[in-house]
Design a protein around this ligand. Structure first.
Ligand code: NAD
Length: 333
């Protein structure tokens, strides 16, 4: 028996919820690079959705983009549902709140539910992500955590690294979709392991940036020129991504690219988000009884910066300047 048209349309539609700094670029890459031509989109910010639809009407007229009234509306129209929203609270709203994905699934037939694959790409608490995924499984749908690394530039260029947690079969199904926005897609293991990998990486990133900033401050205070010290670190055992790609000192040049330190720390990986990820790591470590001596201290340092007017919205490498300011303040006392 042939399948009803509405079911066929749903299985060939991607839903996308959360079209902010990351999501709008990720959707763009899905539109331009994935085999899909039909998209159902939703964001609580109506102007954002209108902007995305207007852009693709002129740039990608062959793509059909449906504006949805709620996450439930998205789930009714699409069997792949992707989300990129700020925090755990927003993920719960989207998947299990009022007019959520769950509301729609409860009203769909068993076959449609079993075709549904949700891919949440937000960086949130692992425990919340797992709980939401289990709710989806209870009604016969599937869900994976698929957080990303690479920032807004990676999202725009389609060069994200995506870390995926969930079952093998769902991963194989998600791979062609995720590949259209990524340089590398890795299956990390069961539910929650994508987020575990993401927050572990960002814990190390925060620690190495803070460590490099302290080393730079110490070395330069003791008389080494910033560029000389940076070159030594980059040819020695202290080398890391922060020293090679995102050096925090505006007096240092590494390669051709100019990191945020060269534009007064504008853009980049903003301190608020860096701190959010450190907070997730510290809280997960507390639950798992893993001691994070450096991580806890690093979270405290970044918490103060994230809450400050001056640094919250600027690149997290600004921690070097904040350390310099503290040093200058102490020296003047
Ligand atoms: P953003 O604030 O720019 O965008 C989030 C979007 O979600 C907004 O458009 C907002 O209106 C929408 N939204 C919020 N609640 C919603 C809801 N209930 N239903 C529908 N839409 C809703 O944030 P972003 O920078 O795109 O980040 C999204 C996620 O990606 C976060 O978890 C962040 O930690 C993670 N992330 C961000 C970066 C980055 O560099 N910006 C890098 C890696 C990961």
């Amino acid at each position: 028996m042939s399948r009803p048209k509405v079911l066929l349309e749903r299985t060939s539609t991607i839903g996308f919820i959360g079209l902010g700094a990351m999501g709008n670029h990720m959707l763009n890459n899905l539109i331009c690079r994935s085999p899909f031509k039909r998209f159902a989109v939703f964001d609580i910010n109506d102007a954002t959705v209108n902007g995305v639809i207007a852009r693709h009407k002129s740039e990608n007229p062959s793509a059909q983009i449906l504006k949805c009234a709620s996450p439930a509306d998205v789930a009714t129209k699409a069997s792949y549902i992707m989300s990129m929203v700020p925090t755990s609270k927003h993920v719960q709203e989207v998947y299990t709140g009022r007019n959520s994905v769950l509301t729609a699934l409860q009203n769909l037939d068993a076959e449609s539910r079993s075709h549904t694959l949700c891919l949440d790409q937000s960086t949130i608490e692992q425990s919340v992500s797992k709980a939401v995924a289990l709710e989806m499984r209870k009604v016969g749908a599937n869900m994976m955590d698929a957080p990303v690394s690479g920032g807004v530039v990676g999202a725009e260029k389609g060069t994200l690294a995506i870390m995926v947690g969930g079952d093998e079969q769902s991963f194989e199904r998600a791979l062609p979709v995720l590949s259209s926005m990524a340089r590398k897609v890795t299956h990390c293991g069961d539910l929650g392991t994508g987020l575990a990998a993401k927050i572990s990486n960002n814990l190390l990133l925060g620690i190495t940036m803070l460590g490099l900033s302290e080393a730079t401050l110490l070395g330069t205070t003791l008389g080494v020129k910033p560029q000389v010290l940076a070159d030594i670190i980059n040819n020695s055992t202290g080398e890391c991504w922060s020293s090679k790609v995102n050096h925090p000192d505006p007096e240092v040049k590494v390669g051709d690219a100019l990191p945020p330190a060269h534009r007064n720390y504008a853009g980049g990986f903003v301190t608020k988000l860096a701190h959010k990820d450190l907070g997730l790591a510290v809280s997960a470590a507390k639950d798992a009884k893993v001691p994070l001596e450096l991580g806890k201290r690093c979270e405290e340092v970044y918490r103060a910066l994230a809450n400050s007017q001056e640094w919250g919205g600027r690149d997290f490498s600004g921690v070097l300047q904040a350390l310099k300011d503290t040093t200058a303040l102490k020296a003047s006392l």
